[in-house]
Write a protein that binds this ligand. Structure first.
Ligand code: C5P
Length: 235
């Protein structure tokens, strides 16, 4: 798996996706989320993979261990490179997810990386304390879930750039910290509350960045991608 910026393909249809991808003449790392996957199904993944791109399938699974294991077995067969679960599903669910991926990975292929969502970045500390009844700070909860994910054998977490350094201190440099909320300086922040530039993310412990609208809604998407890439480290 490379550390190219992951482009969030938040498009409603296959046609939009391939119009976007056809502007690039290089292999990319893309993120497919629920909107596109539920609309187009597994075939969209196969088509993107056939074009030589890496895929992070962002479905954030959270169910009983047996169900997640079976679902992951199927996702591994699709040849995706990264998948994820909610750490709140617990260590048995995370371990089951890993087993499912191992079982579903075709012989001779690499198992998809498995990362965990800790606390959603849309969750506020107040909401977490009042609704989830977790009586700590948001950062402590995020660190707790990151540790649990690591102990369960996972490869990393999705987190905010602002949490990446603390997670690095607890879980190490190799543990993946995939961070959304990335904007070019001077760009619109849209609905993201806490945004960071690619270079800030690099300096603050992110191992991968997820970039959506800063690229997909740019006037020149290829130029915007290359600007992000250059600021991220020219990979
Ligand atoms: O357009 P933008 O760069 O804000 O897109 C960010 C992408 O990362 C979206 O696909 C969003 O769903 C996803 N994401 C996020 N925050 C998280 C997890 C995923 O923004 N905590």
């Amino acid at each position: 798996m490379t550390n190219k910026p992951m482009i969030a393909l938040d498009f409603p249809s296959e046609e939009n996706v391939f119009n976007f991808l056809s502007q690039f003449h290089e292999p990319l790392f893309v993120k497919v989320g629920l909107e596109l996957y539920l609309q187009e199904g597994p075939s969209i993944i196969k088509k993107i993979k056939e074009q030589g791109h890496e895929v992070f399938l962002d479905l954030k699974l959270h169910d009983i261990p047996n169900t997640v294991k079976s679902a992951m077995r199927g996702l591994a067969k699709l040849g995706v490179d990264v998948v994820n679960v909610h750490a709140a599903g617990g260590s048995s669910m995370m371990k089951a997810a890993l087993e499912g991926l191992q079982e579903g990975t075709p012989a001779g292929k690499k198992r998809p990386a498995l990362i965990a969502v800790t606390q959603l970045t849309s969750t506020s500390e107040e909401q977490m304390q009042q609704e989830q009844k977790i009586a700590t700070t948001l950062e402590e909860s995020v660190l707790n879930y990151a540790k649990l994910a690591k102990e369960s054998g996972l490869d990393g977490v999705v987190c905010s750039v602002l949490e990446a350094k603390a997670i690095e201190e607890v879980c190490g440099k190799d543990f993946l910290k995939v961070t959304p909320g990335i904007r070019l300086s001077g760009g619109a922040s849209h609905d993201q509350k806490r945004v960071a530039t690619p270079s800030f993310a690099k300096e603050n412990g992110s191992t991968h960045i997820v970039v959506g609208r800063a690229i997909t809604q740019a006037d020149d998407v290829v130029e915007a991608y290359h600007t992000v890439q250059a600021q991220w480290g020219g990979q």
